[in-house]
Design a protein around this ligand. Structure first.
Ligand code: FES
Length: 156
């Protein structure tokens, strides 16, 4: 696998949280600016985020926006809340199965997180999704915050 597509070491991907990576979509015209993980690089091209987790035992990656309010990020750059193999949205409490992204509880029950294909080779996790290029670990260059004045149940 191409070293430029190496995202992280397998051990860096948490089992009880998530790791953020910034990706560049190959087709920038396909980017939906309303999705909460979309940012803009210095050269003006869109960037998006993937969250990676080992909560399901193996490394999985998904785009970092909720299926309920798509402008809400699941991982706000400090790790999403993960328990018992599920990724939580802290806005309204939706839970997504970490092995496939299926929402099994909450206001978007039945929806599925957008997968990003990754593969493990040796001790590394590599981006296997042809729709993206790997940019860096960490968040995209955000253009705004998460839903402006929308307030979640924690008061944030
Ligand atoms: S925005 Fe995620 S559950 Fe409502």
């Amino acid at each position: 696998m191409d070293e430029s597509r190496r995202i992280a070491g397998v051990e860096e991907v948490p089992e009880e949280s998530t790791l953020l990576a910034t990706l560049r979509p190959v087709d920038s015209a396909a980017v939906d600016e309303g999705e909460g993980d979309v940012g803009e690089s210095e050269d003006g091209t869109p960037e998006v985020e993937a969250l990676l987790t080992r909560a399901a035992g193996e490394v999985r990656a998904f785009r970092n926006y909720c299926q309920h309010w798509t402008d809400v990020r699941l991982d706000k750059d400090d790790g999403a809340f993960v328990r018992n193999g599920e990724v939580f949205c802290q806005k309204h409490g939706a839970t997504f199965e970490a092995d496939g992204g299926y929402c099994n509880f909450g206001p978007c029950e039945g929806a599925v997180l957008e997968s990003v294909d990754v593969t493990v080779e040796g001790d590394g996790v590599f981006l296997a999704d042809d729709a993206y290029e790997f940019v860096r670990l960490g968040p995209s260059a955000k253009q705004g915050d998460d839903g402006g004045s929308r307030i979640d149940f924690t008061g944030n």
